[in-house]
Design a protein around this ligand. Structure first.
Ligand SMILES: [Zn+2]
Length: 344
């Protein structure tokens, strides 16, 4: 089959690889119909050291089940399924607490633990716990929005939950990538009264407003902090969604939280240390977040997508074929595209 392999920074190839096989009785094989390129794929795209073996990329997919192992009970051949970016058994102590990304039998697609989903097919470990059957076919207009349940919508929602967003709250979203934009949508869905997007790209700002942003702050650093305070009576916001992961964005997030506020961070931290320790301490700011247990959120978000109450699929502003995936990476890295969908 054909699959996406990254050999080093800027070196993404689509090439023939061995067909995936069932290797554990709890596995399923899924023929991929839709996949996506993630903002987190851009970190290795910028920094990965060259290797001769390469890394199989992709962790967001919708497809059809082609085969199941002997221990798979609830997933059947022919099911149209959505695959979250992490696999999980759904039964261990952490899964039962809703923290599927810490599953003791779990792992992550496209990391070496399981092969990537930017491919014609993918082996899905722990199929019963991982996959969710969709009640629609591939031709459904909701496919882009359903695809966001694999990562970005669940991740934006996780940032909002970690930041304690609720009715009447003031919210700021740091980062105008697909996750930040989904964070705006999640904050609106959870009843936020004011939603400030920190970003500066006109197309992204327009989508943020469509998703429910009430204010835009295009400044950066200390100026951004001042501007957020200005539009929140000088105090800052109740909830901050940190959707970037750089030192500067985490610093901004912690400095715009009002006393007693919370920061939910879902941007993968690119630094070992957390800034603004003293102001965060002084203001009793909660810092929470991490890899989103998107599997836990699919049940909650799926009805809203199916019934049209949220339309996170608008974050996809480019569609490519599998062979065009390398150009999809380039387009996202050059900020020509917010998020790229792959039609396999
Ligand atoms: Zn588990």
């Amino acid at each position: 089959m054909r699959a996406t392999v990254m050999y080093g920074a800027g070196d993404v190839r689509v090439e023939s690889v061995p067909d995936p096989r069932l290797t554990e009785p709890t596995d399923a094989l899924v023929a991929v119909n839709r996949a996506a390129i993630c903002g987190s794929d851009l970190w290795p795209y910028r920094t990965l050291e060259h290797s001769d073996t390469g890394r199989r990329m992709g962790h967001e997919a919708i497809g059809i089940v082609e085969a199941v192992g002997t221990d798979v009970g609830t997933i059947n051949v022919g099911d149209v399924v959505v695959m979250p970016f992490a696999y999980s058994d759904g039964t261990c102590i952490f899964c039962r607490e809703g923290l599927h990304t810490s599953c003791i039998h779990g792992g992550f697609f496209g990391t070496g633990e399981a092969d990537g989903a930017q491919a014609e097919a993918v082996r899905v470990p722990q199929a019963d716990g991982t996959l969710v059957v969709l009640p629609v076919g591939f031709d459904d207009a909701l496919m882009p929005s359903l695809l966001t349940l694999t990562d970005v919508m669940g991740t934006g929602h996780h940032a909002a939950v970690a930041a304690k967003v609720g009715p009447g709250k003031t919210v700021a979203v740091v980062g105008d990538g697909a996750v930040g934009l989904c964070g705006v949508l999640a904050a609106r869905r959870l009843g936020a009264e004011q939603i400030i997007i920190l970003g500066r790209h006109p197309d992204r700002i327009a989508l943020a407003k469509e998703f429910g942003a009430t204010d835009v702050v295009s400044e950066r650093g200390e100026e951004a902090v001042e501007r957020v305070r200005e539009i929140t009576d000088g105090f800052g916001v109740h909830s901050v969604l940190e959707c970037v992961g750089l030192e500067q964005s985490v610093l901004t997030a912690l400095c715009i939280a009002r006393p007693g506020g919370a920061v939910g961070r879902v941007g993968v931290p690119q630094d070992e240390t957390i800034p603004a320790s003293r102001p965060a301490f002084h203001n009793n700011v909660t810092l929470s977040g991490g890899p989103a247990p998107v599997r836990a959120y699919i049940e909650e978000l799926l009805p809203d997508v199916l019934e049209g109450r949220i339309d996170p699929g608008h974050v996809f502003d480019r569609v490519v074929s599998l062979d065009e995936v390398p150009d999809g990476y380039r387009a996202m890295n050059d900020r020509e595209a917010i998020k790229v969908m792959i039609e396999v």
